[in-house]
Design a protein around this ligand. Structure first.
Ligand SMILES: NC(=O)c1ccc[n+]([C@@H]2O[C@H](COP(=O)([O-])OP(=O)(O)OC[C@H]3O[C@@H](n4cnc5c(N)ncnc54)[C@H](OP(=O)(O)O)[C@@H]3O)[C@@H](O)[C@H]2O)c1
Length: 329
């Protein structure tokens, strides 16, 4: 048995619970401690998931000497602060998406990881799913020829919470727009777009829905959208000169791929997830930490910063700044 990674989680919300379930799939990982702003929440979570230690503050959790890695599951505006605190406490960090509120924060986080010589990764779990890795394999094998277009959207409705709050750096772009952008990034092999343009409907200090186009060298285009008050279609398409790949809905948690040529499916693969899907990113953290890596080759520091710069650029076009971004207003 490999050395177990002993995890702690900061924040006791929805995604923290999903991640805790995901961790149960990994024989070489253990959820040892929970940190919350309130002891009762930490205790309740610990009781529900059989976690041995429950702390009444994020600082107390970060100080636990037995933890090897901490997962940050707080709202966007706290990612930078929480991450840097944990890195300074000597922990490897997996920080929820979007990595930060803006690129300046992302740079501070990466700087702290390098200074402390500790592992840091953005929890963009989609990048580690078998279906997404297989789609990248198909691209490398030339199954669709040259990639020319990507089409993807992530939109939901009928929810409440931090995504609607400007003080938490909410809005559709940061909450879910990062997923179609990630798909485009993977489809175009990590190339940076040369041009970015978009529109957003902004209400009460957040972008309720947005549509954006990324233009790549050679004419490749990604036509993407995000929404938090509109359900959208949720399959993803990568279209090439010879054929196209359908990443079956929801593309951010896909379990099936089709290769479509001239309107016909010529190849279909089902790749059922083992666990709820969050185990794959946690497994990658475990692998990297055991190998002494400071970043994952699949979700690099530079990539997280680049994508935050892209989100910044779109928000600049829309004149959308959050209350904590006084310098950007
Ligand atoms: N990867 C994914 O699939 C996925 C899915 C959903 C969300 N996310 C990301 O995960 C993060 C958390 O999202 P979530 O849906 O879990 O949110 P949530 O249910 O609202 O939980 C957030 C937790 O953060 C803590 N918190 C600290 N300050 C807070 C504040 N001012 N307002 C609200 N909560 C605060 C709370 O924990 P304590 O009270 O215990 O301190 C709360 O339970 C976000 O970055 C989000 O974008 C990722």
């Amino acid at each position: 048995m490999k050395n177990k990674i002993r995890w702690g989680i900061i924040g006791t919300g929805d995604i923290a619970k999903k991640f805790a379930r995901g961790l149960k799939e990994l024989p070489d990982a253990e959820l040892l401690a929970m940190g919350s702003r309130r002891q009762e929440s930490a205790d309740e979570f610990a009781g529900q998931f059989g976690v041995a230690r429950a702390y009444p503050s994020y600082e107390a959790l970060a100080a636990d000497q037995d933890l090897g890695a901490i997962y940050i599951a707080t709202p966007h505006h706290l990612h930078c602060e929480n991450t840097i605190m944990c890195l300074k406490a000597g922990k490897a960090v997996l920080c929820e998406k979007p990595f930060a509120v803006n690129a300046a924060e992302a740079q501070k986080m990466v700087h702290a990881a390098k200074r402390e010589q500790k592992f840091l990764m953005e929890a963009m779990w989609t990048r580690f799913l078998p279906s997404i890795l297989r789609a990248q394999g198909w691209l490398k094998e030339g199954k669709i020829g040259e990639v020319r277009m990507v089409q993807a959207s992530f939109g939901y409705r009928d929810r409440v919470g931090i995504a609607y709050d400007p003080a938490c750096a909410g809005g559709s772009l940061l909450d879910v727009g990062i997923y179609p952008i990630t798909l485009a990034d993977l489809a175009f092999g990590g190339a940076l777009p040369e041009r970015v343009a978009g529109f957003a409907h902004i209400e009460k200090g957040i972008d309720e829905q947005a549509a954006f186009i990324l233009g790549y060298q050679g004419g490749g285009l990604a036509v993407l959208s995000s929404a938090i008050r509109t359900r959208t279609s949720s399959d993803g398409w990568i279209m090439g000169t010879e054929a196209m790949i359908k990443i079956h809905a929801p593309f951010w948690r896909s379990q099936e791929l089709s290769l479509v040529k001239d309107g016909e499916t010529i190849l279909n693969e089902k790749m059922p997830l083992v666990g709820n899907g969050y185990n794959y990113e946690a497994a990658e953290v475990g692998r990297c930490v055991r190998e002494g890596l400071l970043e994952s080759p699949l979700m690099t520091h530079e990539k997280s910063i680049e994508l935050m710069q892209l989100l910044d650029e779109l928000r600049d076009q829309w004149g959308l700044a959050y209350p904590m971004e006084s310098e950007r207003r």
